[in-house]
Write a protein that binds this ligand. Structure first.
Ligand SMILES: Nc1nc2c(ncn2[C@@H]2O[C@H](COP(=O)(O)OP(=O)(O)O)[C@@H](O)[C@H]2O)c(=O)[nH]1
Ligand SMILES: [Mg+2]
Length: 290
């Protein structure tokens, strides 16, 4: 797919999704074999000489459109989970016609879905002619901050008196989409790099923990055993653990006893012994916990 910006075009039936895509592709997408079917409800079109790939969806009918809604919702959700950045959805065009004035719970649901998935959503006011400005203002007041409103007329409109209104606004939509799409992609890439860094650090600290924990444990144990063996001559059994439970006065008595017993025993030796056995505990705990 290369450096693609994927745009999913959604909205009720008859709002002007296909007309908009036709205008961008400069052809008639209702002709068979023009697009690539993704599902029964979704068709994909690569815009020539552009980063954009448009996904035309079957409209949400007023009623009985649950299949389309589910499929489109699932498609957006699944794409957003794809690890390939070029297969994610980078922008959604939610088409509502300035002539039909339909702003329904289903529209709000998709705006919320985009917010949740951090996909830029452009509420595209199609068929913007006549009294469309009031509707644009109404929409601007009603969509959340992270959604955008862009009015346009995708195809010139012939009026009954023989005059016509030229198409306008499509290039604005394309420019804004490219900007938002690329921003969204760089954000995803940054997030991916951040997660990779955290992952690498976690791996290093995990290996370090295991290695250091294991080494400290093994070395500590070796020294503790060796040192403990040195006390053997004093009539004590080797092994450190029992001694840890002694009270301070008992420790002091023991030290005295060891000092008397052999001139090799010193306080320093005890300190080393205690600190190393502490390391053994921490080392083993870390080692076993992971
Ligand atoms: N002249 C003109 N007609 C439009 C425009 N957008 C939609 N229409 C009209 O609305 C009808 C339905 O549009 P369509 O693109 O098929 O809607 P879709 O169901 O959302 O794909 C078209 O056949 C046109 O008559 C537009 O930008 N210009
Ligand atoms: Mg259509």
């Amino acid at each position: 797919m290369g450096d693609t910006i994927n745009v999913v075009v959604i909205g009720n039936t008859g709002e002007g999704k296909s007309t908009l895509i036709n205008a961008i592709l400069n052809l008639n997408i209702s002709m068979t074999g023009v697009g690539e079917p993704v599902t029964q409800e979704i068709f994909s079109y690569k815009v020539p000489k552009s980063q954009l790939r448009l996904f035309d969806t079957k409209g949400f009918e007023i009623e009985s459109s649950q299949d389309t809604v589910n499929t489109v919702e699932q498609f957006i959700n699944e794409c957003s989970q794809d690890t390939d950045i070029n297969k994610k959805v980078h922008c959604v065009w939610l088409c509502v016609s300035a002539q039909s004035h339909r702003w329904q719970p289903i529209h709000k649901k998709f705006v919320s879905l985009c917010s949740k998935l951090d996909i830029p959503c452009i509420v595209t006011i199609t068929q913007s002619y006549g009294e469309y400005e009031q509707y644009v203002e109404f929409m601007q007041a009603n969509v959340p901050e992270n959604a955008f409103v862009i009015p346009l007329l995708a195809k010139a409109l012939g009026l009954p008196d023989g005059s016509k209104i030229d198409a306008w606004g499509v290039s604005d939509l394309l420019k804004r989409t490219t900007k938002l799409g690329n921003y969204s992609k760089s954000k995803i890439a940054r997030e991916k790099a951040r997660l990779a860094r955290i992952n690498a650090l976690n791996k290093i600290s995990y290996i370090a923990k295991k290695t250091i924990g294991g080494t400290v444990a093994a070395l500590g144990l070796l020294i503790v055993i060796n040192t403990s063996m040195g006390f053997r001559d004093c009539g004590n059994r080797p092994g450190f653990w029992l001694r840890l439970t002694l009270s301070r006065s008992q420790y002091q008595a023991k030290i005295k006893q060891y000092k008397q017993c052999t001139d090799q025993n010193s306080n320093i030796r005890w300190i080393i012994l205690i600190s190393l056995s502490g390391s053994v505990f921490v080392g083993w705990y870390t080692f076993l916990r992971d």
